[in-house]
Design a protein around this ligand. Structure first.
Ligand code: ADP
Ligand code: MG
Length: 244
């Protein structure tokens, strides 16, 4: 067994005749921050969704902290509780207050008692700087605040790995910094994170490793200073020329 937090080997995913992932290999070590960049449609979201089997891989292996999630005998619901996911569209429960957004899965999935769930929720709201919004409803919050609540909700499950799919893409520009600030803080605390992002400056500063995907392949990977700062592949160069 390797010491990797996430080990992806030969990952393929097709939707009918459409081959989206064509053999992805990726190793994420505990505490590493990996940013995934690449053009729209290159398979970034599909790859991330295969890590927690929100999409079922067509072929290949996904191992998270020693558990092979692609093993049909593995209890995927249980394994998935250790993987937090944050989406572009926040996905809060609109009819629940902030605190209840943070406690419901703790109680229902992890079977935590109300007191423990509340304490965990309050602690994580503090981590994202929203202690004063405990009783707010999602609609009363800005997009940036809603996304920070979504992050706090994921953290309340005590995940071993956090997946972020373009967490700032739906935000007004002035709200992006607060969310990236929370993610930077998590990185500093040693959280293992896979982040699909178009925020190249953030990737340069925070990522231990950057993956450039195109056409269902990992085209280039390495330290941010290399992949973003000094790309070797033509496809990486032309992508960066368009986004930087
Ligand atoms: P990215 O996140 O890099 O923009 P995606 O992983 O969302 O790319 O999509 C890659 C390709 O897979 C696209 O052509 C998209 O239309 C297709 N795709 C994604 N999800 C599905 C699905 N559930 N059914 C059919 N096609 C899909
Ligand atoms: Mg996507």
């Amino acid at each position: 067994m390797s010491g990797a937090a996430v080990e992806i080997t030969g990952l393929c995913k097709s939707f009918g005749p459409l081959e989206v992932l064509k053999g992805i290999d990726l190793t994420v070590l505990p505490g590493e921050v990996v940013c995934i960049i690449g053009p729209s449609g290159s398979g970034k979201s599909t790859m991330l969704r295969c890590v927690n089997i929100l999409e079922e891989p067509t072929a290949g292996k996904v191992v998270v902290n020693g558990t092979e999630l692609t093993d049909p005998d593995v209890d995927i619901d249980s394994a998935r509780t250790k993987i937090g996911m944050v989406f572009q569209s926040f996905n809060l429960f609109s009819h629940l207050s902030v605190i209840n957004n943070l406690t419901v899965a703790q109680r229902k999935v992890l079977k935590r008692g109300e007191k423990e769930a509340q304490e965990k929720a309050l602690h994580n709201l503090e981590r994202v700087g929203l202690s004063d919004k405990v009783n707010a409803m999602p609609a009363q919050l800005s997009g940036g605040q809603q996304q920070r609540v979504a992050i706090a909700r994921a953290l309340s499950m005590d995940p071993e790995v956090m997946l972020f799919d373009e967490p700032t893409s739906a935000l007004d520009p002035e709200l992006v910094g607060d969310v990236l600030g929370v993610m930077r803080q998590l990185a500093d605390e040693g959280m293992t994170m896979l982040i699909v992002t178009h925020e190249m400056q953030f990737a340069r500063e925070v990522a231990d490793k950057v993956i450039f995907m195109d056409g269902g392949y990992v085209v280039e990977e390495g330290p941010a200073a290399d992949v973003i700062g000094n790309p070797q592949e033509d496809r990486t160069k032309s992508f960066l020329a368009r986004v930087l």
